[in-house]
Design a protein around this ligand. Sequence first.
Ligand code: 3HC
Length: 701
Amino acid sequence: MSPVSYEIIENIGIITIDNPPVNALSHAVRVGLVETVHQAQNDESDALLLICTGKTFIAGADISEFGKPPQEPFLPDVLNTLEQSDKLIVAALHGQALGGGFETALSCHYRCALASAKVGLPEVNLGLLPGAGGTQRTPRLAGVKVALDLILSGKPISASTALEDHLIDHVFAEGDLKTQALAYTKGLVAQKAPLRRASEQEIDQNSFDGAIFDQYRKTYAKKLRNQNSPQLIVDCVEAATKENFTDGMKIERDAFLQCRASDQSAGLRHIFFAERQAAKIKDLPRDTATRDIQSIAIIGAGLMGGGIAMNFANAGIPVKMLEINDDALNKGLANVAKIYRSMAAKNRISPKESEKRIALISGTTDYNDLQDVDLVIEAVFESIEVKKDVFTKLDQVCKDGAILATNTSYLDINEIAQFTKRPQDVIGLHFFSPAHIMKLLEIVRADETVDDVMASAMALARKIKKVPVQARVCYGFIGNRMLRQYQREVQMCLIEGASPEQIDKSMMDWGMAMGPLMVADLAGLDISYKARQALSDEQKGDPKSYRIPDVLFEMGRIGQKSGSGYYIYDPQTKARTADPSVNDIIEREAAAFGVTRKAMSDEEVLNRLSLALINEGFKILEEGIAQRASDIDVVYCFGYGFPKYRGGPMLFAQTRGLDKVYQDICAYRESHGDLYWTPSKLLQNLVETNTSLSDWEESTQ
Ligand code: 3HC
């Protein structure tokens, strides 16, 4: 049955799209739209109304079709058919009208929407550009600046903003969309409203400054570093101001096809689906009941505890922070209030909203105040003894059925669970710092954690707008376990010949959000030093992999907060400069290990750092710590600044070719010894049996 149906009500031909879950413009929808609009030209209807069932208007082209051979009719032609209709067409929007969905609306002659609706052109987030007239019709309706902002930001705007920008024509207060849109369409018929085709509108050449295009090219070369689609978007919008509509559409089409075929778009599309997959736990029945979580407590009101608390207050959930004394508590509460007020000062939220959120966060120093909370998240110092104390107390005071979570980054959650008499209710909720900003949340499933606790944590994570990924228990879970290998390799590159600036620049040029040594300085060398002290020599590994940060720490160079670490920082501006004396330290320590440093190419730096991540990723997968390769990609992209347009380390490995990855790892094993460069057995097996990662994953479902 076609997802597009047609009926005539009160002389208005109503075209309804019903293609769950988001009414994407699949092949069947495109065929249905063209056939229905053709058929409607000759019936008794006076005008047509395009509307969707379900929770949203059309959310875009069907992204899952992009990797497959394209099938006619192509979307730009479908939308041309709509725009050229001799009968007036009105689009009625609710939910989200996104990408090709909003382009569909723009090709209708009038647009009305519920006040709660949002419209946007988010293609840039998928390494694409609006490829069905969005770059040509938007500037014609709303002007060049609005078009550039809408398309380059990829962020949806509200119906009222779209009304102000002339992108829609009428907004209804809430109520039944179909009834109101029908009345609106009849009103247009009664007024003999003209067929308003966006393609026929002219852009006023005096309405924009010609320099705007280069300004946006520059801004987005920085904002979306290395990415092609933003630059092509500017070209297309500029073309809309210079060419006629037909020629502009040709330029847009070529640019769209170029983007669609690119590795960048493939990487971003992979991450789009991977993010959604990661929220699904394979062996958990879809209908697993969740526990009601209405109130939350955080143990520890430090930076981490405060950041975690803000996530819940942002979602309107009351949260109580517990500290050991009034001083620490008041400091924590004041810190959270300061962040909210500074957000209000920067107009990110209203002052009223800021105060509302501050009021949702209360404090206590008494464990007995936690008797009624539904979830507790412990965010105290990383020491198993301290955790033991906290979980023993929680076990005594919390009500039956409360979920007890730890935010530990490394410690054994199975051991922590045993500090309670309810290990089935214990779980890891590993937030990333700054916790109110970073999207990633590792949900760590301990051996005895029960299904409904997992399901509740996943549901809660989505409620607070995090990107959740399940991990099983091991040292560092998914992300930090990989990070350790990456950092180890950074240190080995330093000892063998690379400079801190070279390492950071190579990785940033390649697309990492920050260089690894800049991150180390930002996080503080004292933190990692203290964490190392808790490890045995065997756990610490090769001394070459931590000698330099130990020396820097011992010199009091603990990073940005002390004014120096791997770099020197201006006390006022925090501007970073290279420090030649650090290279002297590295030279001296390398010599002490008997290593003669040699120049290292940027390519080698990149190769070694990325292979360290990939090899550990495969080990994590083979041990079942991560459910799927794409979950590892999500962790690395959302938690560690890996470029999304490269799809994460595991997709990058596949793009590069698993055999090449395996050979390179084996070559490092030859040159550097077995200890770290032992290839993952899974990787070796896949290469030897010529099996793709996706085939292996399917066979182990
Ligand atoms: N194509 C195919 N599947 C899509 C899709 C799309 N455009 N948008 C969403 N889906 C799928 C999701 O993968 C998910 O599938 P699953 O249930 O099997 O995991 C399901 O729909 C529901 O999606 P969400 O979990 O994301 O649901 P939410 O309610 O949280 O969000 C949404 C809804 C805001 C519409 C969000 O899904 C979204 O942002 N979608 C993508 C919108 C987009 O990027 N559109 C542009 C596409 S490219 C384009 O149009 C090119 C054109 O210019 C030619």
